[in-house]
Design a protein around this ligand. Sequence first.
Ligand SMILES: [Zn+2]
Length: 384
Amino acid sequence: MFPELSREEILRYSRHLLIPEVGLDGQRKIKASSALVIGTGGLGSPVALYLAAAGVGHIGLVDYDVVEESNLQRQIVHGTGMVGKVKVESARLRLQDLNPFIQVDIFNEPFTSTNAMRIAEPFEIIIDGTDNFPTRYLTNDLCVLTGKPNVFGAVYRFEGQASVFYAREGPCYRCLFPEPPPPGMVPSCADAGVLGILPGTIGTIQATEAIKFLLGIGTSLVGRLLIYNALDMSFEYVKLKKNPECKVCGAHPEITGLVDYFEFCGVPGFDHVEGPANADWNISARELANKLKRGEKIHLIDVREPHELAISQITNAENIPLGVLAAHLGELDSTQDIVLFCKSGTRSTHALEILKSAGFRKVRNLRGGINAWAREVDRSLPLY
Ligand SMILES: [Zn+2]
């Protein structure tokens, strides 16, 4: 029933064939199996590499981005020569070089409610390597509705989490968190930073869980959340319970189709949001530079963290990190023009909301942040 292995494949997978829990039958099972990896970034890179190396016969890759230099610190499936190239193309080349005996299908498009069912249909197991809320909820609901396991991973600075959400045997993600957090509550990876090795650790755990599931061996992370801290080198487990009232996997589900959370999630599915939706609250780097050149009095507020000032600065800007901005409102003059900025515009958009709700009206967001300033006005500044 499972495909035979060729002589070359027997040699290639000999270290698997030597393990009694895998053996020849297990390797044939892996060859017959399929997995969809959503995202070819920090988590998706090690997941895809190890599944390919292990001989998973059919791998799907979904991403819509191109390789950037700032990806290479952690997205190890891509190389320097691939900067500027489509990520799924770059990843496919690497995987096919690693293992020409497998089939790799690529989907160069965002994973959304309109294409998710079609893309996921041929695959037995779904691995979420995107670490953002819209995809996390979309993947969860898709897996519940189609009865597939969802291998989850998340990373933040030095801490990572992993689990397997499989509604047939345990809780789903919505059993724990019924709805995404409100806008602006969660920093995106681009703003928060992450130790490059961390997604390697978590992604490797995701790949391990996928292989165990495909082989039907061991005890999975179903019903358990792994919490890993790289600084303490600690692994802890939290027991997860199925919620009988869960909106998607409970006895009386309300959610019976896929939902997109692009508009109201803290972390957008598309990484490059650079300012508030209403253009009136934005100012471009060039426009700001012209105003400053004309001698207009503008209070520039840099809401980044103090350690980011060592990378780049705009002259005469005052540093008030986003986290303490609310406590400093009393020191700001609401009659004066204020321009807020951060690295790329996400945190300063949140800062703008804080000032707007405190009654400030002459406040704007530097669209694209100090990186836009570095691109358009002061080319001596580095991008990061
Ligand atoms: Zn549930």
